[in-house]
Design a protein around this ligand. Sequence first.
Ligand code: FES
Length: 121
Amino acid sequence: MSEFVTVAKVGAIPEGEGATFTVGDRLVAVFLSDGKYHAIDDLCPHMGASLGEGHVEDGVVSCPWHAWRFRVSDGTWCDNPKLGVDCFEVRIEGDEIQVRVPPPAESADESEDASSDEASG
Ligand code: FES
């Protein structure tokens, strides 16, 4: 089970901008848009630019390389809403911005606790 991880202090990300943080084994882009923090996958699915370096306007970040646009609230690709990047939960705890990234394997595969005891006698 994953937990919320502190990535920055409130105020560290200016309005309309983003920043990139490592959370677990993911790169997460956190944005401040209209006074609210949002977190999506940092990796642009086009050619891998860092979306955290993009500019945010009207809740949409433009990729710094070729200007593909993604909604920061849910990662939707504005040019094809069927596609998008992952988005993550964000919360404010005191003066800290915290992000929760689910574990890589989301399969509900429940492994049985098989204990083998070899007793002879
Ligand atoms: S790498 Fe993001 S639009 Fe090309």
